[in-house]
Design a protein around this ligand. Structure first.
Ligand SMILES: Cc1cc2nc3c(=O)[nH]c(=O)nc-3n(C[C@H](O)[C@H](O)[C@H](O)COP(=O)(O)OP(=O)(O)OC[C@H]3O[C@@H](n4cnc5c(N)ncnc54)[C@H](O)[C@@H]3O)c2cc1C
Length: 351
């Protein structure tokens, strides 16, 4: 059980900045996100698109913003960002009699926390699955590339089929084909999509088409109809082609990259009021109707709400100050600047 002052649910841009603000005020903080990478929508939906309205940053991509926010929380996210728990879903919140909450996750982590900040965006991002008879019994169904490119992947030395025709699938194909670490590379790569049309940046599409033309990638057009699975091991997919014929493609692993979609999921069972799938908050400290639970970023709603990064960053700042005042009612709260405060600089590790 992790014992902490604050737990942030969601490590999107607003959740990450929330970690920073709580840490800056001297609170111990952990964060959990369903995605294997931090950055929420910025990292998952528009990593390479330019953002022009982050104050003081003329332009940066979604991926760059996520990376900067991660860099910024380093002093507060534990050694090696160990307080950031990625690829895990917060499932339950149980209030405790003596104030605070116990929070549990899908993977079995639990947190004893004095306060919670929900920064859950439109819900937990979960990969779209593939509904193919037989496949549910297979162990070799994957949705994500390893977070570290040098990590040995489960398909190393074997045949992996990537499914999908969008940016996510195509970038995975390119990454797999260019695996810089020989022992992590698959022996064979197939790409399966129902149409011979992709929805990706022209440069990426060109790269994939070149890999197909060179024979590096085995192209399979069609719809999967059935999976051959023996004792939990995936053996093959039967794919219905555009000519009406079904071919059996022997594979060892399937990497499903058919997009992600946000699911409110467990959040709707936490006893919080919801208005059109959003959590109403007051606008002084962005607290929900439950004392000790705050909501910031795209998940909250209040009169005049704008789903913009800058608004979420403001809410995270206000929530951190309100939470501290609630946790330590007897301590005077003096506003301090990072430019001049020795205490803040010490917390940042720059004094
Ligand atoms: C294409 C596009 C372009 C955009 N461009 C701009 C722009 O130019 N400027 C701008 O200001 N805004 C822009 N936005 C909006 C901006 O991205 C959002 O306002 C911002 O991402 C909200 O951040 P967030 O942290 O609140 O939520 P999100 O980014 O949605 O992150 C929420 C995170 O919470 C996680 N989560 C949810 N529930 C759970 C759970 N139960 N357990 C674990 N994890 C959970 C999710 O997996 C997700 O990673 C754009 C959005 C899109 C889609």
């Amino acid at each position: 059980m992790h014992d902490t002052d604050a737990l942030v649910i969601g490590a999107g841009p607003v959740g990450l900045f929330q970690v920073f603000q709580l840490g800056l005020l001297g609170l111990k903080v952990h964060a959990v996100d369903a995605l294997p990478v931090a950055g929420g929508q910025c990292a998952a939906l528009y990593p390479d698109k330019p953002i022009y309205d982050v104050p003081g940053v003329a332009v940066c991509t979604g991926r760059e913003l996520a990376a900067s926010l991660l860099q910024q929380i380093k002093p507060f996210a534990g050694p090696d960002l160990g307080n950031l728990h990625l690829g895990d879903l917060v499932e339950t919140i149980t209030p405790r009699d003596d104030q605070g909450f116990v929070v549990t996750t899908q993977s079995g982590l639990s947190f004893q926390t004095r306060l919670i900040v929900i920064a859950a965006g439109a819900g937990a991002f979960v990969p779209k699955s593939m509904n193919v008879p037989g496949l549910e019994a297979a162990r070799q169904v994957h949705y994500h590339l390893p977070a570290d490119a040098n990590q040995v992947a489960p398909w190393a030395g074997q045949h992996v089929m990537v499914s999908g025709g969008g940016e996510e699938a195509l970038s995975a194909v390119v990454e797999l084909a260019s695996a810089s670490v020989p022992h992590a590379a698959p022996a064979r790569i197939s790409l399966m999509h129902r149409r011979d049309q992709f929805t990706a940046e022209p440069k990426l599409e060109q790269a994939v088409r070149a890999l197909i033309a060179s024979g590096r990638i085995n192209w399979v057009q069609g719809m999967p109809e059935q999976a051959d699975v023996q004792d939990g091991d995936l053996r093959a997919l039967h794919v219905l082609g555009p000519d009406g014929a079904t071919q059996r493609v022997a594979i060892d692993h399937i990497l499903i990259r058919q997009g992600i979609s946000p699911k409110l999921g467990p959040l709707s069972n936490w006893g919080l009021a919801l208005e059109r799938k959003q959590i109403p908050v007051e606008t002084v400290g962005f607290q929900t109707q439950m004392t000790g639970i705050y909501a910031v970023g795209d998940i909250n709603t209040y009169p005049g709400k704008k789903r913009l990064l800058v608004c979420g960053f403001h809410e995270a700042t206000m929530a951190a100050h309100a939470a501290l005042a609630w946790l330590k009612p007897d301590e005077p709260q003096h506003l301090q600047y990072t430019t001049t405060s020795t205490v803040l600089k010490q917390r940042l590790g720059v004094a």
